[in-house]
Design a protein around this ligand. Structure first.
Ligand code: ARG
Length: 254
């Protein structure tokens, strides 16, 4: 009990002292702390060796390198990332956040690092369009733009939320939900990776979004440094190379 209290005390202290760092402070420390989730393949996930990897991890590492900094990755639950960002737990977040008005009130977004959309996934013969979702149960990851979109589709019987996106896929395969709304690249990857071509189908694109990194509200110096690094990588071919590696195409916003 004492020990638990002590540990808690230290954690609380750590949180209280964690502070949002300007780009100058980050540079002086030599290390940039990057927050992500780790449950969103192929963007950010843990591979079979339990190594954090993915398109956004490669990109984050390339950005750190451009800035002359050592990256330190911290993986946390998706719905806690922006809160912890503002508490100074990490310097920036790269976890496939779509730029939304709501989020932009809480944090500052960089220029988008890719463009994509939310898509309906179901078992063969299941719902493919928004209209088909009338009276159906839809699974989405909590706190995502898919959740928001699903809640707006008229006639949906229930929107079931999951802590992690792959849990929604599990329930879809088990027949506990009729459809899953997720990122179109995530859906494609899940079907390929798990050899589900004969089982699942991709339906309609529900919405499109621009996805960006985020810094704590008002952290202008870091925002500018990240935008510059991203622009440089987009220009010097590094971005294209990383994108081709993961998607076979260039996913930057056109
Ligand atoms: N693009 C969606 C959003 O903006 C989902 C992001 C989910 N990211 C993750 N690492 N699970 O909400």
């Amino acid at each position: 009990m004492r020990k638990a209290l002590l540990v808690f005390g230290i954690l609380a202290l750590g949180l209280a002292f964690a502070q949002v760092r300007s780009f100058d402070q980050i540079k002086r420390s030599g290390e940039i702390r990057i927050g992500t989730e780790g449950e969103f393949p192929p963007f950010n996930y843990f591979d079979e060796k339990n190594q954090l990897t993915g398109f956004e991890v490669d990109l984050g590492n390339a950005i750190a390198e451009k800035l002359g900094l050592k990256p330190r990755w911290i993986a946390q639950a998706f719905d806690s990332l922006l809160i912890q960002l503002n508490q100074g737990r990490f310097d920036f977040v790269i976890a496939s956040h779509g730029i939304t008005e709501e989020r932009a009130k809480a944090v500052d977004f960089t220029n988008p690092h890719y463009c994509t959309g939310g898509i309906i996934v179901s078992k063969k013969g299941g719902p493919k369009t928004r209209k088909d979702l009338q009276g159906k149960v839809v699974g989405v990851q909590i706190g995502t733009t898919y959740m928001e979109a699903a809640q707006k589709i008229p006639g949906v019987k229930q929107v079931r939320t999951y802590q992690k996106d792959p849990d929604a896929l599990q329930d879809l395969l088990a027949g506990r939900i009729d459809a899953w709304i997720t990122d179109r690249f995530v859906a494609k990857e899940a079907i390929q990776e798990r050899k589900l071509e004969g089982t699942l189908q991709l339906g309609e694109l529900v919405f499109q979004e621009r996805v960006a990194m985020a810094v704590a509200k008002g952290n202008k110096s870091l925002l500018e440094a990240l935008n510059q690094a991203l622009a440089d990588l987009m220009k010097d071919g590094t971005y294209a190379q990383i994108s081709k590696k993961w998607f076979g195409e260039d996913v930057r916003c056109k």
